[in-house]
Ligand binder design. Structure first.
Ligand SMILES: *[C@@H]1O[C@H](CO)[C@@H](O)[C@H](O)[C@H]1NC(C)=O
Length: 282
């Protein structure tokens, strides 16, 4: 015990006397990222490079028979796409251990386009989301948010996109990512829906690094796996927070399936049940 106290004291002295040198990394025209507050939740892990994170944006509309890739570095191509600024825009963002092939993304996109005319943009960041080191994927949300903000700016410049008509829908880590988009833009999008925003490295953090009601004109959050050791959060940060079946466990999921553990980290059962909430947005 005494040894522990001495060690803590020494560590504290060392920490406070060390020169304050924030970590920082820069990626060309995307600019720099530091671990300055509020982004201290990843314990110094900074976002990976654009090549490592592998962000891709695909536009789906009723007007185009095939998906169109949107690249903010090529505004003329974005301008030639079938994006229609008169239509509402739905942006769907996956979370940890998901990628563009994850089936709920296509299901949600198809459901929107079967119901009405929309611009639907799928945001894929599979290589950045499927890291083994969870803090790395947490940190990668920041660069994807900046890239998505760039794309929205290019859509505004070329097509006259109205940011009020943009609805970001983010699952798990994608929910917090959606919140960062408005911070990058310095302007609130119309709506963000958080589908069971990720809990680990967010929930118990003092800094405002999680999706909250300041990140869009309207923020609605559905909690499905918010419990200690679960994948989600149990705190109301939206304008409206729904706690599906109480917000911790969903029917058909065993309690042990919902805890973060090595077998279940890829598919926490109750968290993934939020995909059944899709009809609520149509
Ligand atoms: C986008 O395309 C339209 C015609 O399709 C053109 O009039 C307009 O100038 C273009 N805008 C930009 C910013 O390239």
């Amino acid at each position: 015990m005494l040894q522990f106290l001495l060690f803590s004291l020494a560590a504290a002295l060392l920490y406070h006397s060390a020169p304050v040198s924030a970590l920082s990394i820069c990626y060309g025209n995307l600019g720099c990222f530091t671990d300055d507050p509020p982004y201290t939740n990843t314990l110094g892990v900074l976002p990976g490079s654009p090549a490592e994170v592998g962000t891709r944006f695909f536009l789906y509309t009723r007007a185009s028979p095939y998906p169109e890739q949107l690249d903010y570095n090529f505004p003329a191509n974005v301008n030639r796409s079938s994006f229609d600024p008169e239509l509402p825009t739905k942006v769907i963002i996956h979370g940890y251990q998901n990628n563009l092939q994850t089936v709920w993304l296509s299901r949600m996109k198809d459901a929107f386009l079967a119901t009405d005319e929309y611009n639907v943009i799928l945001v894929g960041w599979g290589p950045g989301a499927t890291t083994i080191v969870y803090p790395q994927s947490v940190s990668n949300t920041r660069i994807v948010a900046r890239q998505l903000a760039r794309l929205l700016l290019v859509l505004w410049q070329t097509k006259g996109l109205d940011l009020n008509s943009v609805h970001l829908i983010g699952f798990s880590l994608g929910a917090h990512l959606a919140g960062y988009v408005s911070r990058e833009l310095g302007y609130k999008v119309g709506r963000i829906t958080g589908l069971d925003p990720a809990g680990p490295l967010f929930q118990s953090f003092g800094e405002p690094i999680y999706l909250d009601r300041n990140d869009a004109i309207f923020v609605d959050i559905i909690h499905s796996n918010g419990l200690p050791g679960g994948a989600g959060t149990f705190i109301s940060h939206g304008h409206v927070d729904f706690f599906s079946n109480g917000g911790a466990h969903q029917p058909g999921c065993e309690a042990r399936e919902d805890l973060i553990n090595t077998e279940r980290v890829k598919r926490p059962c109750s968290q993934n049940k939020v995909e059944f909430c899709v009809p609520l947005f149509l």
